[in-house]
Design a protein around this ligand. Structure first.
Ligand SMILES: *[C@@H]1O[C@H](CO)[C@@H](O)[C@H](O)[C@H]1NC(C)=O
Ligand SMILES: *[C@@H]1O[C@H](CO)[C@@H](O)[C@H](O)[C@H]1NC(C)=O
Ligand SMILES: *[C@@H]1O[C@H](CO)[C@@H](O)[C@H](O)[C@H]1NC(C)=O
Ligand SMILES: *[C@@H]1O[C@H](CO)[C@@H](O)[C@H](O)[C@H]1NC(C)=O
Ligand SMILES: *[C@@H]1O[C@H](CO)[C@@H](O)[C@H](O)[C@H]1NC(C)=O
Ligand SMILES: *[C@@H]1O[C@H](CO)[C@@H](O)[C@H](O)[C@H]1NC(C)=O
Ligand SMILES: *[C@@H]1O[C@H](CO)[C@@H](O)[C@H](O)[C@H]1NC(C)=O
Ligand SMILES: *[C@@H]1O[C@H](CO)[C@@H](O)[C@H](O)[C@H]1NC(C)=O
Ligand SMILES: *[C@@H]1O[C@H](CO)[C@@H](O)[C@H](O)[C@H]1NC(C)=O
Ligand SMILES: *[C@@H]1O[C@H](CO)[C@@H](O)[C@H](O)[C@H]1NC(C)=O
Ligand SMILES: *[C@@H]1O[C@H](CO)[C@@H](O)[C@H](O)[C@H]1NC(C)=O
Ligand SMILES: *[C@@H]1O[C@H](CO)[C@@H](O)[C@H](O)[C@H]1NC(C)=O
Length: 840
C-alpha cells in the first residue's frame, strides 16, 4: 500500500469519524432540548406508581417525554412544565363510564425533581389517602387541580408555600377536611379557590383568611359545613371577587351588608342555606351582578319591597328565589330586570296575578312561578315572548276560560307546564303551532272537550300529561312516524273512549303509558308487546278492556310496572309471565350496585332534553292504597291484574320474577295451588291473592319472604295449617286469612286437628288496625320521598364501601339531586296532607 493510499485511508477514516461524531453531537443536543433524561425517569417513576386500567399512559415509553400524553415541556428549555392527568372520559355528566378512565394509585416525592413544573392536574383520579405534603414544595406551580380524586384527611398546610399559585382546586374530595385555613395567607397570587365539599366545620377563621387574599376572583365553598356569615365589622375589601359560591352551608340570619363591598361580583350563589331575613335592597345594586341564586332559604317579606325600583340595576340575567317564604304580588317593576333570561320564583307564597309588564322581559327564556298562590288568567302577552322556552305555572290558582293563547310563540316554547290549576275550556288546536314543544303538562285542571287532532305538527313532543281532567272522545293518532321521541303519554282519569289507536305502534320510544281510569275498550293490542320495546311503565287500569292478555306482552324486556287491573280480561295468565327480564333481578350484590347510576342512566338521554325539575310520577296501588310514586319510581317493580275475570292456575313461571316487589291477582277466578316455592321471590313486599278460588295448603316457604309487609290470602279455598315463622310472625292479622273455611291455627281462632287449646288469639282492635295502617303508609310515604335511596340503601351501601369509583359516582348523584329531592319532599308532604285531609 502506498504512502498516498495510507494517507487517503486515514483521511477517509477521519472523515467518517467526524461525520459520525457530528451526527452524534447533533442527536444529543436535539434530545436534550426536547426531554431531559432525569425528568423522563421521574415521569416513569410516577407511571410505575399508578394503575392505568384504560391504558391512558401507553405513550409513556419512548424517548421524548415531551410528547407523552398529558405532558408538556417548555419549548425553549425542554423542561417539563405541565402534567395533566385529568380523566378525559369525564365530561361532567353522571352517566358515562368515567371510572374506567381514572388512574389509581400513589404519587411519590420524586415528583419534586420536576423543578420547573407550573401546572399540575391530578383531578378525577383515584388516590388513596391524604394529599402528599411535598406538593407544597413544587414552588413554581401556578395551577393545581386535585379535585374529585378521593383524597381524605386534612389539607396539608404546606400548600401555603405555593406563593405564586393562581388556581387551586381541591373540591369534591368527600372525606377531606381543613381544620384551619392559616396556610392560605401564603397564597398571595391566588385567583381561584375551590374547596367544594371540604369539611371546614372546625375552621372558624375561614372568612378572615379567605377574604384577605388580595387577588381572589372565584371562590367556591359549596357544602363545607360553614355556619356563621362574616359580620359587618370585618372591613375586608375584595373588589377582585367576581364569583362567590356559598351554596349548601348552614348560614342563617341576614346577608351581611359587607357583601355590598364586592363591587365586581357577577355570580352570587347562597342557595340551600337557612338564611332567614328579607332580601336586602342593595343586592340588586351590585351593578355587575348577572347571576343571583338565593333559592332554598327562608327569605321572607314582601316581593315588592325587595324589588325596590331605585335599586335595581339592569345587568341581572338569572334570578332564582325558589323555595323561600316570599309574599305579596308580583310587582310591575319586574320590567326593570331588562336582561333577565331565567326567573324562578317557584314555591313561595306570591299571590295576585301576573302583571302584563312581564311581556317586556324580551330576553326571558325560562319562567318558573309554580307552587304559589297566583290567580287570574295567564296573560296572553306571555305568548309574545319569543325566546321563552320553559313556562311553568303549575300548582297555582290560575283559571282559563277561553283558549290558551300561545299561538304567537312559534319558535321557542318547549316546556308548557300548567298542571294543578283551575284551568277550564278545551285544548285549542293552536297549541300545535308550538312546534318545539317537548313537554306538555296540563294535568289536574278542569279541561274538557276532545283533543285536537293536529298532533303530527308537534314533532318534538316527548312527554304529554293531561291526566285528571274531563277530556273525552277518542285518543287521536299521537304517533305519526316522525313522532318517534314520545316518551311518556299520561291520559289517565279522563273519559277517553274507543280503542288504543294503532298509530301508537310507531311510538317506539314510549317508556311510560298511563291510560288508566278512562272508558277505553277493545283488546290489549298484540303490537304493544312487539313494538313498544322501551316500555317501562304500562298502566291501563280501570277501563273496559276485554279479551285475553296477549302473550306478546311478555316481550317487553324493560317493563317494570304492569297494571291491567279492574278491566274485563278473561282467560289464563300468560305462561310467559316469568319473562319480564327487568323483574328478574339477580340478587347478587354487585348487580344491585348498578341500580344507582341506572337511576340516572334510566332517564339518561331523556334528561338532556327535559328540564331536570320536571318530574315523572305514576299512581300505583300497593298494600291496598293508591299512592303516587315519583323519585322511587325507577326502582319499582309491580304487577297488578286484580279485579278481572282471569281463570286457571298461577303459572309457575312467575317464580322467575325474583325482583318483583308487588303482585296483585286478587278478585279473579284463579284456581289451583299457590306455587310451592313462592318463597324464592325474595323481593316481594306486597302479595295479594285474595278473592280467588285457590285451594290446597299455604306453602310454608312464604315465611321466607323477609320484605313482605302486606299479605292477603282471604276468601279462597285454602286449607290446612297456616305456616308460621320469620316474616309471617308480624303478618298475624286474621283478615289475611279469613274466608278460607278449612284453614286453621293462629292467628285464626280455629284449632288444627290434634292441637291443644290454642293460646288466646290476639285480635287487634279497630283503633290499632288504623294505627298500623298509618305506620305502613308512612313507611311507603317515606320510601317515596327519600328519592328511592332508602329502598336500596342497605343493599347498596356495602358495595359502595368497597367500590370506590361507584362511591364517587353515587355521591355526585346525591349531590345533584339534593335540591330536587328537597322540593319533592316538601311538595310531597304538602300533597300527602291534602290527600289525608280529603280522605278524613
Ligand atoms: C412554545 O409553544 C407554545 C405552545 O405551543 C407556543 O405558543 C409558543 O409560541 C412557543 N414558543 C416558542 C418560542 O416557540
Ligand atoms: C368499564 O369497566 C367495566 C368493568 O370493568 C367494563 O365492563 C366496561 O366494558 C368498561 N367500559 C369501557 C368503555 O372500557
Ligand atoms: C379541575 O378538574 C376538573 C375535572 O377533573 C374540572 O371540572 C375543574 O374545572 C378543574 N378546576 C379548575 C379550577 O380548572
Ligand atoms: C384515608 O383513606 C385511606 C385509604 O382508603 C385509609 O386507609 C385511611 O384510613 C383514610 N384516612 C382517613 C383520615 O380517613
Ligand atoms: C412550607 O410550609 C411549612 C408549613 O407551613 C413550613 O414549615 C416549611 O418551612 C415550608 N417550607 C418551605 C420550603 O418554605
Ligand atoms: C366535619 O367535621 C366535623 C369535625 O371533625 C365532624 O363532626 C362532622 O361530622 C364532619 N362533617 C361531615 C359532613 O363529615
Ligand atoms: C376598596 O377597594 C377599592 C378598589 O381597590 C378602593 O377604591 C376603595 O377605596 C377600597 N375601600 C376601602 C374601604 O378600603
Ligand atoms: C334566624 O335563625 C336563627 C337561628 O335559627 C335565629 O337565632 C334567629 O332568631 C332567626 N332570625 C329571625 C329574624 O328569624
Ligand atoms: C286573586 O286572589 C286575591 C287574593 O289573593 C283576590 O283578592 C282576587 O279577587 C283574586 N282574583 C281573581 C281573579 O280570582
Ligand atoms: C300544521 O303544520 C302544517 C304544515 O307545517 C300547517 O300548514 C298547519 O297550519 C299546522 N296546523 C296547525 C293547527 O298549526
Ligand atoms: C307508522 O309508521 C309507518 C312506517 O314508518 C307508516 O307507514 C305509518 O303511516 C305510520 N302510522 C301512522 C298512523 O302514522
Ligand atoms: C302479631 O304481631 C305483632 C307485631 O306485628 C306482635 O306484637 C304480636 O305479638 C303478634 N301476635 C301474635 C299472636 O303472634
Amino acid at each position: 500500500m502506498s504512502e498516498y493510499t495510507k494517507t487517503c485511508v486515514v483521511w477517509l477514516l477521519w472523515f467518517l469519524l467526524c461525520v459520525g461524531t457530528i451526527n452524534l453531537c447533533l442527536c444529543n443536543s436535539l434530545s436534550s432540548a426536547t426531554c431531559w433524561e432525569i425528568e423522563r425517569q421521574v415521569l416513569l417513576k410516577l407511571k410505575a406508581g399508578l394503575v392505568d386500567p384504560a391504558n391512558r399512559l401507553s405513550t409513556w415509553t419512548d424517548e421524548d417525554c415531551c410528547r407523552w400524553s398529558g405532558v408538556s415541556c417548555d419549548n425553549q428549555t425542554g423542561h417539563v412544565v405541565k402534567i395533566d392527568l385529568q380523566n378525559p372520559y369525564y365530561d361532567g355528566s353522571l352517566y358515562n363510564d368515567w371510572p374506567n378512565g381514572s388512574l389509581r394509585g400513589k404519587i411519590g416525592p420524586s415528583l419534586l425533581d420536576l423543578k420547573h413544573l407550573t401546572y399540575l392536574d391530578l383531578s378525577s383520579t383515584d388516590f388513596e389517602g391524604s394529599i402528599p405534603p411535598f406538593i407544597g414544595s413544587l414552588s413554581k406551580l401556578t395551577y393545581l387541580n386535585l379535585s374529585m380524586s378521593s383524597f381524605n384527611g386534612t389539607i396539608p398546610p404546606q400548600l401555603g408555600n405555593l406563593s405564586i399559585l393562581e388556581i387551586l382546586d381541591v373540591g369534591q374530595n368527600w372525606f377531606l377536611r381543613a381544620d384551619d385555613l392559616q396556610w392560605l395567607s401564603g397564597l398571595l397570587s391566588l385567583q381561584h379557590l375551590d374547596l367544594t365539599h371540604v369539611n371546614l366545620t372546625t375552621s372558624s377563621d375561614w372568612f378572615h383568611m379567605i377574604f384577605k387574599l388580595p387577588s381572589l376572583s372565584v371562590l367556591k365553598l359549596v357544602n363545607c359545613g360553614l355556619h356563621g356569615l362574616p359580620s359587618s365589622s370585618w372591613l375586608f375589601n375584595i373588589s377582585s371577587l367576581t364569583h362567590l359560591h356559598l351554596r349548601r352551608n348552614h348560614f342563617y340570619g341576614p346577608i351581611p351588608n359587607v357583601f355590598g363591598n364586592f363591587i365586581n361580583l357577577e355570580v352570587l350563589d347562597l342557595s340551600s342555606n337557612t338564611i332567614n331575613s328579607t332580601i336586602p335592597h342593595w343586592i340588586f345594586n351590585i351593578s355587575s351582578l348577572t347571576y343571583l341564586d338565593l333559592s332554598f332559604n327562608n327569605f321572607n317579606g314582601q316581593i315588592p319591597s325587595a324589588f325596590e325600583k331605585s335599586y335595581i340595576k339592569v345587568s341581572l340575567q338569572i334570578l332564582s328565589l325558589r323555595s323561600n317564604n316570599l309574599k305579596g304580588n308580583l310587582p310591575d317593576i319586574l320590567e326593570q330586570f331588562r336582561y333577565l333570561r331565567t326567573l324562578d320564583l317557584s314555591n313561595n307564597m306570591i299571590s295576585g296575578s301576573i302583571p302584563a309588564s312581564i311581556g317586556r322581559l324580551s330576553f326571558l327564556s325560562k319562567l318558573y312561578l309554580s307552587g304559589n298562590q297566583l290567580n287570574g288568567t295567564v296573560p296572553n302577552i306571555i305568548g309574545q315572548l319569543s325566546d321563552l322556552k320553559v313556562l311553568d305555572l303549575a300548582h297555582n290558582s290560575f283559571s282559563f276560560t277561553g283558549p290558551i293563547a300561545f299561538g304567537n310563540n312559534k319558535v321557542s316554547l318547549n316546556h308548557l307546564i300548567l298542571s294543578n290549576n283551575k284551568i277550564n275550556g278545551s285544548i285549542p288546536s293552536s297549541i300545535c303551532k308550538l312546534e318545539k314543544l317537548a313537554v306538555l303538562d296540563i294535568s289536574n285542571n278542569q279541561l274538557s272537550g276532545e283533543l285536537p287532532t293536529c298532533w303530527k305538527n308537534l314533532t318534538s313532543l316527548m312527554a304529554v300529561n293531561l291526566e285528571n281532567n274531563n277530556l273525552f272522545g277518542e285518543i287521536p293518532n299521537v304517533c305519526h312516524n316522525h313522532l318517534l321521541g314520545l316518551h311518556a303519554l299520561r291520559l289517565s282519569n279522563n273519559s277517553f273512549s274507543g280503542e288504543i289507536p294503532c298509530s301508537m305502534k310507531n311510538c317506539t320510544s314510549l317508556a311510560m303509558v298511563d291510560l288508566g281510569q278512562n272508558k277505553l275498550h277493545g283488546n290489549i293490542p298484540t303490537w304493544m308487546g312487539e313494538s313498544l320495546s322501551s316500555l317501562v311503565f304500562l298502566r291501563l287500569r280501570s277501563n273496559f278492556f276485554g279479551g285475553t292478555i296477549p302473550p306478546q306482552i311478555c316481550e317487553l324486556s324493560s317493563l317494570q310496572v304492569l297494571d291491567l287491573a279492574d278491566n274485563n280480561l278473561i282467560g289464563h295468565l300468560p305462561e310467559c309471565i316469568g319473562n319480564f327480564s327487568k323483574m328478574i333481578v339477580n340478587p347478587n350484590a354487585s348487580q344491585q350496585a348498578l341500580y344507582i347510576p341506572e337511576y340516572i342512566v334510566y332517564w339518561g338521554d331523556f334528561r338532556r332534553y327535559i328540564h331536570p325539575n320536571y318530574k315523572y310520577s305514576l299512581p300505583l296501588v300497593r298494600d291496598g292504597e293508591e299512592r303516587e310514586y315519583t323519585n322511587i319510581l325507577p326502582q319499582v317493580t309491580n304487577i297488578d291484574l286484580s279485579n278481572n275475570s282471569l281463570v286457571g292456575e298461577i303459572p309457575v313461571g312467575v317464580l322467575s320474577l325474583l325482583g318483583l316487589q308487588g303482585l296483585n291477582l286478587s278478585r279473579n277466578h284463579l284456581t289451583g295451588n299457590i306455587p310451592l316455592k313462592i318463597g324464592v321471590m325474595r323481593s316481594m313486599m306486597t302479595l295479594d291473592l285474595s278473592r280467588n278460588e285457590l285451594s290446597g295448603q299455604i306453602p310454608p316457604s312464604l315465611s321466607n319472604l323477609s320484605f313482605l309487609n302486606h299479605l292477603n290470602l282471604s276468601f279462597n279455598n285454602l286449607s290446612g295449617r297456616i305456616p308460621t315463622g320469620s316474616q309471617l310472625q308480624t303478618l298475624n292479622d286474621t283478615s289475611v286469612y279469613m274466608g278460607n273455611s278449612y284453614l286453621c291455627g293462629p292467628p285464626l281462632p280455629q284449632e288444627c286437628p290434634g292441637d291443644g287449646p290454642s293460646q288466646s288469639p290476639s285480635f287487634t282492635s279497630k283503633e290499632n288496625e288504623d294505627e298500623g295502617g298509618d305506620i305502613q303508609e308512612m313507611l311507603w310515604f317515606y320510601l317515596g320521598i327519600v328519592s328511592g335511596f332508602v329502598l336500596g340503601c342497605w343493599m347498596v351501601w356495602g358495595v359502595l364501601f368497597f367500590k370506590r369509583s361507584w362511591r364517587i359516582a353515587y355521591f355526585l348523584v346525591v349531590d345533584d339531586l339534593y335540591d330536587k329531592v328537597y322540593v319533592t319532599s316538601v311538595l310531597g308532604i304538602r300533597r300527602w296532607k291534602e290527600m289525608k285531609g280529603r280522605r278524613t
